[in-house]
Design a protein around this ligand. Sequence first.
Ligand SMILES: NC(=O)c1ccc[n+]([C@@H]2O[C@H](COP(=O)([O-])OP(=O)(O)OC[C@H]3O[C@@H](n4cnc5c(N)ncnc54)[C@H](OP(=O)(O)O)[C@@H]3O)[C@@H](O)[C@H]2O)c1
Length: 263
Amino acid sequence: MITGASSGIGAATAVALARQGARLVIGARRMDKLEEVAARCRAAGGEVVALACDVACRESVEALVGRAAETFGRVDVVLANAGYGLVAKIHETTDEQFDAIVATNVKGTFYAMQAAAAVMLRQTPVGQGRDRRGHVIAVSSGAGRRGLPLYGVYSMTKAAQLSLVEAMRVEMKEKGIYVSSVHPLTTATEFFDVASEKSRVKTSGAGKVQTAAQVAAKIVKLIERPKPELWPAPFSRLALSLAVFFPRLADKGVAKTMGSRKR
Ligand SMILES: NC(=O)c1ccc[n+]([C@@H]2O[C@H](COP(=O)([O-])OP(=O)(O)OC[C@H]3O[C@@H](n4cnc5c(N)ncnc54)[C@H](OP(=O)(O)O)[C@@H]3O)[C@@H](O)[C@H]2O)c1
């Protein structure tokens, strides 16, 4: 089950999984785009159900996971991917902007995790050791590890996702439910167009750009071999971990990197 599958990383992951014959339930708000992705999945060899879903609404997320369980008998993987970016300095962010991004990025992930757990805890374990009930994956960001200027509230939502993942992974270990986070850096998707529209300011990615297909290929590997965190861009994990020990240096680094963003 994938949320936010109508474009970008979610769509690319759906198609990559379909190539391996996956049975998918995909959700997003724009049904026309979602149906296009569903058609690409079918052409690639996958079986797919496309359903309108707004992750800011608990019932909508529960319906998506429920539909996956009902259609295919079990839900092996839930990919909480839906999300968007906001460009606004902290002191300029409105309450409306704050509440809206928390509703989608944080609550949307929280709802998906809860709906996944409700179904997965009832499932018979599978896998070589008969120890795997399911895998919950949240698409966070490199910004989940280090707050970025102009992306402060967005970074907070990505850090919140990481905290939820870290806690749930330990809570669910004995139950055979694996929980992972994904931390892409700049990826060529609709993300920056949507962020520009939401923020009413033109923004674009910084640093080396990955394609959605590159990130998707790594998510497929993560599903094959679960691990706590996936950092698709080379050295990004190391660079952002160093920020914990050298915050002043990190301040300078992000100021320089983010300098290329228009504001
Ligand atoms: N692109 C990057 O540079 C980058 C870097 C780090 C992390 N990420 C993260 O990667 C994830 C995917 O983003 P992307 O880069 O693939 O951007 P994207 O192309 O804009 O895709 C975002 C997806 O989320 C869906 N979505 C947004 N709000 C939703 C809602 N309320 N309910 C249901 N679906 C919703 C969109 O579908 P609809 O509009 O049709 O609903 C779309 O399918 C996000 O969580 C983002 O924060 C992206």
